[in-house]
Design a protein around this ligand. Sequence first.
Ligand code: GRF
Length: 193
Amino acid sequence: MVQSTGYSKIRTAVFISGTGSNLKSLIKFSKTKKSPISIDLIVSSNSKAKGLNFAKIYKIKKKVFNFRNKNSNENNLLSLLKINNIELICLAGFMKILSKNFIQKFKGNILNIHPSLLPKYKGLNTHERALSSREKYSGCTVHFVNSKLDSGKIILQKKVKISKNETSVSLAKKILTQEHKLYPKAILKIVNF
Ligand code: GRF
């Protein structure tokens, strides 16, 4: 895993596609003294992503790639990451699947947050699936990214109790609050600062 020298923070890119509430919590965390990371680049797969506003608010470089031409977009993205000396990538609500080649190039240095207790409910619609399976608990997971969807080594998980009248909306909200705390904790766990 990426090592910090203790002198400078680990240069990190956050990849988003939507609201960016996890991005916001990571930016806030990055500004604390205990944070081993700095957020130096925001990459979005969607030019209309609300989360892109945080680039402006916090004066962070941003770039949009729509990934329609995945190969060339990923090659350009890899150059951009190199130019900006990015050492760590945090996926946060990023709705595109990165190629094997891309993941290889950044091996061990891509993290993702997923709104379920993996290995349960990989992929989309996790809350609906947890509810229709009558689960008593759900939660969120931060894991390393490998070439299989939502299957890399788990770093940390947070369990959340599903209440009696839970809906997918209320469950998503409950879990998202926990996600905002879990991602920074997971980063602290894997980086020696
Ligand atoms: C989060 O629940 C994340 O786990 C999932 O998509 C949601 C993104 O939320 N992959 P946000 O864009 O960080 O607000």
